[in-house]
Design a protein around this ligand. Structure first.
Ligand SMILES: [Zn+2]
Length: 106
């Protein structure tokens, strides 16, 4: 997918339409600083999930057949755009992330 390098859009800090630089927001994995991010085991334990008997949803083991079926992984990634205002220098994220295999700036 080809994306524009810059576009005109509404800046909620300047409260008017300004020229904005478009860049990609990279998704980062779980780190030591953000160990309690969504989907983290520590977070689940703190919320009272992820312990006990039986197959507790995702925390239990899955049957072999479903593991076998899970080979077809998604090839596209969710793309979140970051718009940086050229006047005030503040940045905003796109409100509608979309899926795409590859995002290139023209
Ligand atoms: Zn601005």
């Amino acid at each position: 997918m080809i994306l524009p390098k810059q576009k005109n859009g509404y800046c909620r800090h300047c409260k008017k339409h300004t020229e904005q630089k478009v860049s990609l927001l990279k998704s980062r994995g779980r780190s030591a600083t953000h160990s309690l991010s969504h989907g983290g085991k520590n977070r689940a334990l703190k919320r009272g999930r992820g312990r006990g008997f039986g197959n507790l949803g995702k925390w239990g083991s899955k049957p072999a057949i479903s593991k076998f079926k899970r080979t077809g992984a998604k090839v596209s990634k969710k793309i979140v755009l970051k718009f940086t205002c050229k006047i005030c220098g503040k940045s905003m994220l796109s409100s509608h992330p979309f899926r795409s295999k590859r995002a290139v700036f023209e």
